[in-house]
Ligand binder design. Structure first.
Ligand code: F6R
Length: 580
């Protein structure tokens, strides 16, 4: 995971790098560091958030430089500590790294036998040592030789203390070259540099970039590479709080407009969506919330008569899957960079199976490598817990399902959706009141059947990841096969009941827990006598999840707020899970 940024130009880099790190903090936030270069290298590191690093930098006398690199970390090799924080320096080479080097141990032993001394338990220091080992007078050659020995993933920004240049290279981990006015940037994410430029170049695997203040050069195996300059569709507003206290709340409130935009884009233009009717089987694969969006999709497509298989990417990639030739694999991913989902996609691609990406980040690995792709157009999602991207993933799945099986009621109802969402999101007072009754609990359960079970999985994940309350979701009919023993006086049980056909069944299961002391919170489209209830408008079945999930996102937010949690950056997590 981790985020990296580098700068070369005529400005002082520290402000640009700190600003950039703050935008990259969603990628990891257990420690951070910066290196500035002007004939000498100055490294400053700190554990914890970027604000700690910023404070440290403000209290140091900095060298006067125009070249710098910086890093925010999500620890893989070695505990989060100042010594393990990047940048790492060996000999002439200082660098920051996003990724994992799988053969770090062997390389380290090899270099130790040649007399190299290491100071940290990171895999990154090994890369610095390797480049330094190969460096005689040609950095590009040294980088090329070093990376030829690396196994794993890396995005690197590199300084050599002999040269006024900045180098970069990537393999698997994302890295782009930002093109400013007489200045260049290296970053894991364009969002980090939007204050300065929206022009960028996508770097291919193992292409080595050399930057001076006024030029860039890309080579691969001694051959110059020419790459198109792209323009990002993200706006600066996407990366600011815009008056909200947290990105999570800002992003939930963007849902009505984003849903409206996507509906307008596709509803009269369904031809631009792939036709799923030609496939006999569909596999849906994703991780976390993206997988739960897929579970909703499974329910939609099954009703359309399509054979569906669904799995989390970390399992799918290692399973022995027997593919039928008329199979489509749908990969759902906000970032488009999730390591397991990428592996699942490549497995299908390697078997010559069509793949469809439902993805947010334009030009991400999954978007680029799938046979087809649909951008959900959520804009930048910064809160680590996904909200708006989840809703838009589900909307795309529902549009695909409508294309398979069109009907007029859907057309009527989809137009109402943005306004209905807006009204639901405005009921903040009620969500706060519910949060007040939840936040002191240690365990919360969610139940539902079929699509309502998928919704309850997402509701439960949202609550636990931002509020740290233990929460689990069960198929309503399964409770009495074991879990009901956990229900005691006052246990909170959310019941999701949007599917008419199984409403009575789920209500019966809810009654079973109520009679054992549970305190119910009902989320459904028919009014009931329970004290705590969120009544959502009744709408076409294929659209119902889009109204049931946002109130659960709101409740998770307010519970986390009451508990004083770091809502946008829950502990131990990172936004983009680029490791297995
Ligand atoms: C939960 C959450 C994660 C992601 C998962 C997949 O709120 O955000 O569960 O859904 O890590 O990430 P993407 O969608 O980027 O592949």
């Amino acid at each position: 995971m981790c985020g990296i940024i580098g700068y070369i130009g005529s400005k002082r880099p520290e402000k640009i790098l700190i600003e950039g790190l703050k935008k990259l903090e969603y990628r990891g936030y257990d420690s951070a560091g910066i290196a500035l270069y002007n004939k000498e290298v100055q490294i400053i590191k700190s554990i914890g958030k970027i604000s700690n690093l910023e404070e440290k930098i403000n209290n140091e006398k900095l060298i006067d430089s125009n070249i710098g690199i910086a890093h925010t970390r999500w620890a893989t090799h070695g505990e989060p500590s100042e010594i393990n924080a990047h940048p790492h320096r060996i000999g002439h080479i200082t660098l920051v790294h996003n990724g994992i080097i799988e053969n770090a141990k062997e390389l380290k032993e090899k270099l130790q036998n040649k007399g190299v001394k290491f100071n940290t338990s990171t895999d990154t220091e090994v890369i610095a040592a390797l480049i330094n080992y190969y460096y005689k007078d040609n950095m590009e050659k040294a980088i090329e030789e070093a990376i030829s020995e690396l196994k794993g993933s890396y995005a690197l920004a590199i300084i050599n203390d002999q040269e006024d240049k900045l180098y970069a290279v990537r393999c698997e981990s994302p890295l782009i070259l930002g093109i400013g006015d007489n200045e260049y940037f290296i970053t894991s994410d364009i969002g980090a540099i939007l204050n300065y430029t929206n022009k960028y170049v996508l770097l291919g695997q193992n292409e080595i970039v050399t930057l001076t203040k006024d030029s860039y050069n890309i080579v691969k195996e001694d051959t110059k590479v020419f790459r198109k300059v792209e323009v990002s569709n993200l706006s600066l507003e996407d990366t600011t709080l815009n008056g909200y206290d947290h990105y999570m709340m800002k992003e939930i409130n963007e849902e009505p407009v984003l849903v409206d935009n996507l509906i307008k884009k596709y509803i009269n233009n369904l031809d631009s969506l792939p036709d799923l009717n030609k496939y006999k089987n569909i596999h849906i694969v994703g991780c976390g919330s993206a997988y739960y969006a897929g579970m909703i999709g499974k329910n939609l497509f099954e009703e359309d008569g399509i054979k569906i298989e669904i799995d989390v990417a970390s399992e799918y990639r290692y399973r022995n899957i027997i593919y039928d030739k008329d199979t489509l694999v749908i990969l759902i991913s906000q970032s488009g960079e999730t390591a397991d989902t990428i592996a699942a996609m490549r497995k299908a691609n390697d078997n010559n199976i069509d793949t469809l990406a439902i993805v947010n980040v334009q030009s991400s690995t999954i978007e680029r490598e799938c046979t087809y792709s649909i951008l959900i157009e959520a804009g930048k999602e910064i809160a680590v817990a996904t909200t708006k991207a989840f809703i838009l993933q589900v909307l795309v799945l529902s549009l695909l399902s409508y294309k398979i099986n069109p009907d007029n009621k859907y057309l009527e109802d989809i137009k109402k959706l943005p306004q209905q969402l807006k009204v639901l999101l405005d009921k903040t007072g009620y969500y706060k009141k519910l949060a007040d009754s939840i936040y002191k609990h240690e365990d919360v359960f969610f139940i539902g059947r079929k699509v309502d079970y998928a919704i309850s999985m997402e509701g439960s994940l949202k609550l636990k990841e931002v509020s740290y309350i233990h929460s689990d979701s069960y198929q309503a009919g399964e409770l009495k096969h074991g879990t009901i023993s956990l229900v005691k006086e006052g246990t909170i049980v959310f019941a999701i009941v949007t599917d008419d056909e199984i409403r009575d069944k789920t209500i019966s299961n809810l009654e079973e827990v109520i009679s054992r002391g549970a305190k119910p919170i009902y989320v459904g489209n028919a009014d009931v006598d329970y004290e705590n209830k969120i009544i959502i408008p009744k709408i076409h079945k294929k659209l119902q999840p889009l109204l049931a999930v946002p109130p659960l996102q709101m409740i998770a937010y307010y519970v986390a707020l009451k508990r004083g949690c770091d809502i946008d950056k829950p502990k131990n997590l990172a936004k983009s899970v680029t490791v297995e």
